[in-house]
Design a protein around this ligand. Structure first.
Ligand code: ADP
Ligand code: MG
Length: 699
């Protein structure tokens, strides 16, 4: 594709502002804009006019169907296609799409998880248009981004609470800005998610039932070469991968997604894509779409895109970095240190709000990224630990320390920093972005939350982050609005916040054993290692109170979400366990048997020919493999029993604990024996492609 085509291609499949402005009448455009920017109610006549234009535009682009596109709690997107056609009196059809169809849909959604929110007799939920995220065309279908709710008004998706959390933050941030003399239209959070993934050859993929059923390898010995040479990171991109990336970029650009950087990652066959940041709900929609398009385009190039957090044991897993910030409608980034003392006081207020939010709601942030897949990464010395802490860099930490102690700051000017009086030094990115082991790092003008797994929807962590920051801001606004002397009160407030929450600040190595000890024993930070440990904290009183007071979740929604997430954890591991049993009984044991037969036959044949041969290799291998087959059988039987045992609990929390304490350890044991057997068995006998083939066969 020639370079000059990109601007024309960009967003060509999106009903974006350019299209709206060009196609809608001025009145309709203005009132739609009001709905988008200021949350104003949408008039029915406006909806009719928008729907008609959307339909014409989509039909011109070759669309025949439309769908309400939503994000149920399964974590993937859902769509149900309806065609535009309606019968016309002359026996033909016309293409129809009404305002009502645009605004509201009623998918028969009884099979989506609701965590007990809906009785089956009222199984139908409804979808409602989110006009703040643009409609787009995908596979000849006009996709309308929507929220998904039950008839009683409970959210059944990830988008509804995300929008509510953005509104909560907007409300409180505006109160704070007012105190600084700024009357803004809105404050929105923005996100740029960096997405990691693996590409493997499609033929190899299809030969591995574990990859097909679970998205990760459940067995596999390490190849002689892994990632130890670091020769893949930022290395030259292989031709097949580069063709994939080129087509991926084009597809993403067509859908208005600002794909910006791409490079090889640390592990072999691992890559990363980063878009330019956008408003959180749009970034969320776009990230879901990016993951979907990645998988589709990879198939076209004879590869499969793995989005699992830990597709290969012993090789780095894939994460997602959630770069997050807050900005006003005129584009002022609230996490950007300002030029004037007053701006810096404002910056420190918002900075403190985030620090306090992360400390007060460590558990919510941790559980927002908890899945069976991500449990394999966090704390495994390749991703941040399960302990949440904040990295600010030495410079900013020293400044906070100086403010706390009313002591001179040891920077260039060496003076006592008085809020509203002194300017802060500029932070170069360099000094703030060195530590890659921190889960939550300040990187100059934004925070980067690095604990997300590659397949996580970014909605979940942003809901918690927005809500928690809204809560800090609310507390500050309540106090400062009543203050006699704003500046003194603010100074005291910031000092108090730093003193109270500095335990969450940590600039050191997050991978070290010493940190875990210090964090948990000295600082009292929480270390929720698995999904089973983390998820129940969603229902802790302090968390429920906060989320409900900002109207982000209702009580029933919280109960249902906790249940669904734990169910998802249990089901995922359960499928993995069954897949292991299946592979062992049907493939691994028979394969080892075949090799043993060959060894035994060879030995007896050789010995019958000559009395001098010792057959050391044959006999020792046979003996060890035979021991291993016994171990494999024994641990398979134990795993089968564990799979049976987890059925007996009727409380999901109990089931999840049994999955953590019984099922997963048994899976590990079984894997260990099979992987050892792989190293002793002739390659042609081994039933599945090896790690070496999976990781190094794409060129
Ligand atoms: P890296 O972390 O790999 O060094 P970058 O600094 O280029 O990468 O940025 C990572 C992501 O952060 C990009 O998606 C970028 O758009 C996003 N980003 C930059 N500024 C902001 C901001 N103010 N709010 C949210 N995301 C941002
Ligand atoms: Mg990053």
């Amino acid at each position: 594709m020639a370079k000059q085509d990109v601007p024309e291609l960009f967003g060509s499949m999106v009903f974006d502002d350019r299209v709206m402005r060009a196609r809608l009448s001025a009145d309709v455009y203005d009132s739609l804009r009001k709905t988008i920017d200021e949350n104003e109610r949408l008039d029915v006549s406006v909806a009719e006019a928008v729907a008609a234009e959307m339909r014409d535009w989509a039909v011109e682009k070759g669309a025949t169907h439309f769908t309400h596109w939503f994000q149920p709690l399964t974590g993937v997107t859902a769509e149900k296609h309806d065609s535009f056609i309606a019968p016309s009196p002359d026996g033909g059809v016309i293409m129809e799409f009404s305002g009502k169809e645009l605004i509201k849909g009623e998918p028969d959604a009884s099979s989506f998880p609701s965590g007990g929110l809906r009785a089956t007799f009222e199984a139908r939920g409804y979808t409602a248009w989110d006009p703040t995220s643009y409609a787009f065309i995908k596979d000849h279908t006009l996709c309308i981004p929507t929220a998904f709710c039950s008839y009683s008004g409970d959210a059944l998706d990830k988008k509804t609470p995300l929008l509510r959390s953005m509104e909560a933050l907007n409300r409180q941030a505006k109160r704070i800005l007012k105190l600084f003399g700024k009357d803004v239209k809105y404050v929105r959070t923005s996100v740029g998610p960096e997405q990691e993934y693996f590409l493997v050859d499609k033929e190899c993929f299809e030969k591995r039932p574990d990859l097909v059923y679970t998205g990760r390898t459940l067995f596999g010995a390490m190849p002689p070469k892994g990632q130890e040479l670091d020769d893949h990171y930022f290395g030259v991109i292989k031709p097949r991968v580069s063709e994939f990336m080129e087509e991926l970029n084009e597809e993403l650009w067509k859908h208005g997604i600002l794909a910006k950087t791409e490079h090889n990652e640390v592990a072999p066959a691992q890559h990363e894509l980063a878009p330019i940041y956008s408003t959180t709900n749009v970034a969320t929609d776009n990230n879901q779409l990016t993951m979907e398009i990645m998988q589709k385009v990879a198939r076209k190039h004879g590869m499969v895109c793995l989005l699992h957090e830990k597709p290969f044991a012993g090789v780095n897993g894939s994460g997602k970095h959630n770069n997050w910030s807050m900005a006003t409608n005129d584009g002022a980034n609230l996490l950007s240190p300002g030029e004037t003392p007053y701006e810096n006081a404002q910056f420190l207020t918002f900075l403190c709000a985030v620090i306090q939010a992360v400390d007060d709601y460590q558990d919510l942030l941790r559980l927002s990224v908890a899945t069976a897949g991500n449990d394999h990464r966090l704390g495994a010395n390749e991703a941040p630990p399960a302990i949440i802490s904040v990295f600010l860099g030495d410079e900013l930490t020293a400044i906070l320390e100086a403010i706390k102690n009313d002591a001179p700051y040891q920077g260039k000017e060496k003076e006592v920093i008085k809020l509203g009086v002194h300017a802060l030094p500029r932070f170069s990115r360099d000094t703030t972005d060195r530590n890659r082991t921190s889960p939550f790092a300040f990187t100059g003008n934004k925070f980067e939350f690095r604990s997300l797994g590659s397949s996580n929807s970014i909605a979940c962590c942003n809901i918690m982050l927005n809500a928690a920051v809204a809560e800090s801001l609310k507390q500050y606004a309540d106090r400062l609005e009543g203050a006699k002397d704003f500046e003194t009160e603010l100074h005291d407030l910031i000092k108090e916040v730093i003193t109270k929450h500095e335990r969450i600040l940590f600039n050191g190595n997050g991978y070290g054993e010493e940190w875990i000890k210090e964090a948990t024993e000295v600082r009292g930070l929480s270390n929720l290692k698995t999904t089973a440990d983390a998820m129940p904290h969603l229902l802790d009183k302090k968390n429920m109170d906060m989320l409900m007071s900002h109207k982000v979740f209702s009580e029933t929604e919280l109960h249902s979400r906790c249940e669904i997430m734990l169910e998802n954890y249990c089901k995922t591991v359960n499928i993995e366990g069954h897949t292991m049993v299946d592979m062992v009984r049907k493939n691994y044991l028979p394969a080892i048997e075949g090799y043993l037969f060959n060894l035994a036959q060879t030995t007896s044949l050789m010995k019958s020919v000559s009395t001098k041969v010792k057959c050391n290799y044959e006999i020792s291998t046979m003996e060890r493999l035979s021991e291993l087959t016994d171990d494999i059988l024994e641990s398979t039987v134990a795993l089968e029993k564990a799979l049976e045992d987890i059925k007996k609990y009727d409380e999901i929390i109990k089931t999840s604990e049994a999955v953590r304490d019984d099922l997963l350890p048994k899976m590990d044991t079984l894997r260990k024996y099979v992987d050892e057997a792989e190293m002793l068995t002739g390659e042609e006998y081994w039933p599945f492609p090896s790690y070496g083939k999976l990781l190094f066969s794409v060129y």
